[in-house]
Unconditional design. Sequence first.
Lengths: 312, 312
Amino acid sequence: MNAIRNVAIVGAGLVGQGWAIVFARAGMDVTVYDARENAEAVIGAQIDKAVGDLAAGGLCGDVSLVLSRIRFARSLSEAVSGCDYVQESAFERIDVKREVSLAIDAVLPAHAIVGSSTSGFPGSAFYEECGNRERLMVVHPVNPPHLVPLVEIVPTPWTAPQAASRVRRLMEDVGQSAVSLSREIPGFVLNRLQGALLDEAFALFAEGYATAEDIDRTVRDGLGLRWSFMGPFETIDLNAPKGLADYAERLGPMYAGFADQRRADRGWAPDAVTRADAERRELLAEQDLDARRSWRDEMLMRIVRAKQAVAD
Amino acid sequence: MNAIRNVAIVGAGLVGQGWAIVFARAGMDVTVYDARENAEAVIGAQIDKAVGDLAAGGLCGDVSLVLSRIRFARSLSEAVSGCDYVQESAFERIDVKREVSLAIDAVLPAHAIVGSSTSGFPGSAFYEECGNRERLMVVHPVNPPHLVPLVEIVPTPWTAPQAASRVRRLMEDVGQSAVSLSREIPGFVLNRLQGALLDEAFALFAEGYATAEDIDRTVRDGLGLRWSFMGPFETIDLNAPKGLADYAERLGPMYAGFADQRRADRGWAPDAVTRADAERRELLAEQDLDARRSWRDEMLMRIVRAKQAVAD
């Protein structure tokens, strides 16, 4: 099997642009196709800026070399026909995903693999009619993929295990952090974990135990400090003398008590959403959201660099 | 009301030692009392080492100045009688908490406030018979408090709001990050949020969707990168064009779907605990847990410094 050298990006909004940077930064040749008017001018300028920001943040070396590896195709078929791997990042609507997947499938080289960036749909919802469906799967990034390395690889019932393993190696080769799901589940792993934490956060807020800002503080100055370099299992593994099973024996009953109390009343109460949004808008006006997003990306770069500085 | 200058630490295991460092580093005079044999020699040496590690990690200036502010008392009454604030960090057993609280209460100066480090008990379970119970509350740190700044302030039904506010200011003055609960709830905020995420992590693992290591990876290379400097509400607030309410409208139904599926089957399945522990022990032998805890503290210092480097 040939090594993956040529990557096609189909659909180049913010997610597709981030993917183009990930692959080009790792030395691959990237061909971008986006159906919108003036795609090359508009998207090219956005990619230029993002790569410049990365370099300023110390996370990318030679800007012009990276950019030189990204070119634009005038048709989907031109982008896909010469590639080894397709990262599909089309608009997140099931009919769009289905149509684009069939178009990719029709011109896919016999050895190539396709990953979809979808966060909301299982691959089985839009790959079923594709002829090459044993080489199609979901490869879900976090936004933006060039800053947050996590990628979820989710096979459909038809995906060949070797194809999923090959994508995992590809992701590791280009510096992403890959997780492999055994089968489909709504929300995959990442959004299910985020959802569980958000459910409890909204419940505590709805019941008036603490402000949204204090709940945020609990995560960013408490739990999240550890979780930025250790997951939940490693965290509890180090927090009891003999490790995880010891922790579960000591504290499992306490945690089970919290869960029992919540079984009947999970979900985000509409009134809580309204009040939490009002509290956020007091802290940050709607017109300042974009500036805060830039701050977030700056912080992400610093944390990523702090993590890189210590070998594990 | 006098400013808080003199702090008594009652019970000086790892948590009490961390508290002594927090207050001494901030310029306060700290008196430590611990009932164990040879308390001063053993505990003094442990504090010396921890402050040295902090300085090596760039998070503490003049080691000898900090250490010079910590002294040991030979009795609880000697420690408490001259202080403005008591941080009780006695052994985590309800009868011990009750006994120590009554002993502190009996010699507490008329203006002084007491915070208990308990993580597992509401203050109402051990403060009821204290004469000064309007000045007693739970002040729950994360371990170790000199590295992780988060502190939960939890009033009992008898705690005066002004006493709780005063402790919040004290915590902010000494560089901790304080959250104020309106009333008691099992697990407070931090462990409830951690428990919600762990429940989902154990469920995904028990059902075979991913390995424990891949679930950990999803947090440390995905969710946790953001959560180390933004909480869950700020994260979703920045992830929709118009903020939190906009995000809830777009994605709330998807998250509600995950929650529905879990209502019947939360909790940590015993078999999943056994298998997750086995997976952790393959990654890290039990005799290597201590070395990995040192690595964790090194990483915590780096992330704390990375956060400090950007003003928000």
